[in-house]
Design a binder for this molecule. Structure first.
Ligand code: HEC
Length: 173
């Protein structure tokens, strides 16, 4: 009996160590995106909201931009350029009509987030990513990074936002 209790205690202790170590690395498991070597940051889904967006055309999606604590503080204080350690996440979902909601409204007017498409990250490290305005870029679909060609498109397209440190999204109060 005592052995079983000891064995159970050992398992609980080990689980505690594993749980404790997980966030220490700061990055979840998984493949790193090419060029910038960024992995999906642990806990990003719990970050706070910066704003939302809807793209039409070929993209036709709904988007939410989330920021880690460094990002949110910089946004709220209007700090530019964003400090090292800033991470901005962009979550993209299919833009779908909600039949369930439309029934309640009695007409077609409700559009909601459907299946997830991709998630993108901008990570500020002014030394490591000096060649791209201090930002590293990463794009994942189903946890898998997009290829190098896709990652080459990120920075050039963000250059028009140079005056706001290459970030388009403004904070939605
Ligand atoms: C065709 C131009 C274009 C390309 C290519 C592009 N972006 Fe963006 N990105 C934008 C625009 C415009 C916004 C703001 C509007 C929006 O979110 O739809 C944006 C928003 C973002 C945001 C939210 C922060 C911000 O700047 O508003 C992140 C994060 C982001 N992009 C990451 C990436 C990554 C990673 C890549 C490459 C895999 C990439 N982007 C490629 C134009 C682009």
């Amino acid at each position: 009996m005592r052995r079983i209790v000891l064995a159970l205690l050992a398992v609980v202790a080990l689980a505690g160590v594993v749980a404790y170590m997980a966030p220490v690395s700061g990055q979840a498991d998984g493949e790193a995106a090419p060029i910038y070597g960024i992995k999906i940051p642990a806990g990003y889904r719990d970050w706070r909201l910066i704003s939302v967006a809807h793209e039409e055309g070929n993209l036709n999606d709904l988007r939410a931009q989330l920021g880690n604590d460094v990002a949110i503080k910089a946004y709220r204080e209007g700090q530019l350029p964003f400090p090292d350690g800033t991470i901005i996440a962009a979550l993209h979902w299919n833009y779908v009509s909600s039949e369930e909601n439309n029934k309640v409204f009695g007409r077609v007017q409700s559009f909601i987030a459907g299946a997830p498409k991709n998630i993108q990250f901008m990570v500020k490290d002014s030394k490591k990513y000096a060649a791209t305005g201090g930002w590293g870029f990463a794009d994942f679909t189903d946890g898998k990074p997009a290829d190098e060609a896709v990652h080459k498109t990120c920075f050039p397209c963000h250059e028009p936002a140079k005056a706001r440190d290459f970030v388009f999204t403004r904070y939605a109060p």
